[in-house]
Ligand binder design. Structure first.
Ligand SMILES: NC(=O)c1ccc[n+]([C@@H]2O[C@H](COP(=O)([O-])OP(=O)(O)OC[C@H]3O[C@@H](n4cnc5c(N)ncnc54)[C@H](O)[C@@H]3O)[C@@H](O)[C@H]2O)c1
Length: 211
């Protein structure tokens, strides 16, 4: 038996961000990075969520290739705010760090060993649901069942993955208006990532195992 899990709603196209005006809930916690703030994307997201009647708070310190410490810091702020929606806004780094904070928010005190592979992501959505807003084109994190966190507590940092269908966002928004602002270097790097994902899907032995 095979299962294919994707977000319930995938909203795409120029202006797709306006979907946020119709979100139903009370409090939204935005996880993003300083670039998104300087580009005015955070302000736009906050504006739409306010139109929907939600109270908002933003954590704008998502690191590139986020560390465990970054996740823990954001999860603390998230727990204090107690949102019913989490919004990951940015490239794979911001979306992933938001996903990992979500796990710690739902399970305060859980250990890293209990959540990173080979363990599976635990049952979520007791406290909040997740909206992922992608601003790069490579990782696909807005629709995947994974969050990559770098363990920098080791002499040689190691990328660890929280993986499982539970961590797939509920809603994915891909609005080209956001990714059109990428500098050429990020466009090239994340475009290459998309191409490699496609090649991997075609060549991986997993494609035989799971079809
Ligand atoms: N969860 C998954 O399924 C999955 C899959 C592959 C990779 N990853 C992880 O994703 C991370 C990399 O994500 P990424 O490649 O999207 O890059 P990123 O999120 O690290 O962003 C790279 C840089 O581009 C900037 N940026 C992002 N969007 C922009 C925009 N629209 N305009 C201007 N600047 C913008 C960011 O601020 C950052 O400085 C890695 O940690 C990788 O391990 C996750």
């Amino acid at each position: 038996m095979k299962t294919f899990v994707t977000p319930k709603n995938i909203i795409f196209g120029w202006g797709a961000l306006e979907y946020l005006k119709g979100v139903q809930g009370k409090k939204a916690f935005i996880v993003t990075d300083p670039t998104m703030k300087s580009l005015g994307f955070v302000e736009k997201v906050v504006g739409y969520l306010k139109e929907a009647g939600l109270e908002t708070e933003a954590f704008t310190e998502a690191e590139p290739e986020p560390s465990r410490a970054n996740v823990e810091k954001g999860a603390k702020a998230m727990s204090e705010f107690a949102p019913d929606w989490i919004i990951g806004l940015g490239g794979g780094s911001a979306i992933d760090v938001g996903k990992a904070m979500w796990v710690l928010y739902e399970y305060p005190g859980i250990s890293w060993e209990q959540i990173v592979a080979p363990a599976a992501a635990p049952l979520l959505r007791q406290k909040a649901q997740y909206i992922a807003i992608a601003t790069t084109s490579g990782t696909g994190s807005e629709v995947t069942c994974a969050a990559v966190v770098t363990n920098r507590t080791l002499d040689t940092p190691v990328k660890e993955v929280i993986v499982g269908s539970e961590i797939t966002p509920d809603i994915a928004i891909t609005d080209p208006e956001l990714s059109s602002q990428m500098p050429p270097k990020v466009t090239a790097a994340t475009g290459m990532d998309a191409l490699v994902h496609a090649i991997e899907s075609y060549t991986s032995i997993g494609r035989f195992r799971y079809r």
